[in-house]
Design a protein around this ligand. Structure first.
Ligand code: SF4
Length: 236
């Protein structure tokens, strides 16, 4: 079941702005310290480039622009659209990387365990496994999350220089800022778009269409990109 927030759009925008403000206040040196403490080194296991390990790879607009020029067939609407209007049209805040049709759901660009566009890989691929967003832990306590998949991939306790850890921390913070900004822009756009076109999110239509999609029917998804919506027909 896809979880859709039923919180009104203005409240969601306000919460994201608050989250972004607290992100901007987060000291980059603190994240750099965590990065040094963990001492993660990639061992090229390629786990993180599969859907079974990481769900989907969400792309910032600037990465979508690169990918549209490079290999547009590698793009797909990000899963879990945020809205569905009364006519059964879905809306999602951006694109994700397509995965291959294998058992692990390997990234489109993964070839024999190697990224075939490694030098041009996307922002999220560059900062991974570092992250900086607020998330509930197993007890429901919300706090900053700084690392993805601890002890499930890579090697630990490597020596990481001050400069390297600060660079990683700055890039991570910059990515999370860009991600939140894109989400805020999407919600602001949708608020205006729904008002102008007399549309509204209808949860019953959403659930019904998703059920039909899961049975193999086609749906229309409008993907937010570069300040506008791009239509896609996708089949479950
Ligand atoms: S683009 Fe490359 S680094 Fe990024 S998920 Fe795909 S295979 Fe991995």
């Amino acid at each position: 079941m896809i979880h859709v927030s039923l919180t009104p759009i203005p409240l969601r925008i306000a919460a994201l702005i608050q989250e972004r403000n607290s992100l901007l206040e987060y000291p980059v040196e603190r994240l750099a310290g965590v990065i040094q403490e963990i001492g993660f080194r990639c061992v090229s296991c390629a786990k993180c480039c599969t859907r079974t390990f990481n769900g989907h790879v969400f792309l910032l607009d600037r990465d979508v622009t690169t990918l549209k020029a490079l290999e547009p067939s590698a793009l797909e609407p990000a899963p879990g659209p945020e809205f569905c209007d009364q006519n059964g049209i879905f809306y999602v805040s951006g694109y994700a990387l397509r995965t291959q049709d294998d058992t692990r759901g390997s990234c489109w660009f993964l070839d024999n365990g190697r990224c075939r566009i490694y030098d041009r890989r996307f922002t999220i691929c560059r900062i991974y496994p570092y992250m900086l967003h607020r998330e509930a832990d197993e007890h429901g306590d919300i706090d900053w999350r700084q690392f993805s998949g601890l002890d499930q991939h890579g090697e630990y306790d490597a020596e990481i220089t001050d400069d390297e850890s600060l660079d990683r921390a700055r890039e991570t913070k910059e990515f999370e800022n860009a991600f939140l900004t894109q989400e805020i822009q999407f919600l602001e756009f949708m608020q205006d778009y729904f008002t102008r076109h007399r549309l509204r999110h209808v949860q019953k239509v959403y659930d019904d269409r998703i059920r039909r999609f899961n049975r193999g029917e086609e749906i229309t998804v409008m993907v937010f990109y570069d300040g506008n919506l791009e239509p896609h027909r996708i089949r479950g």
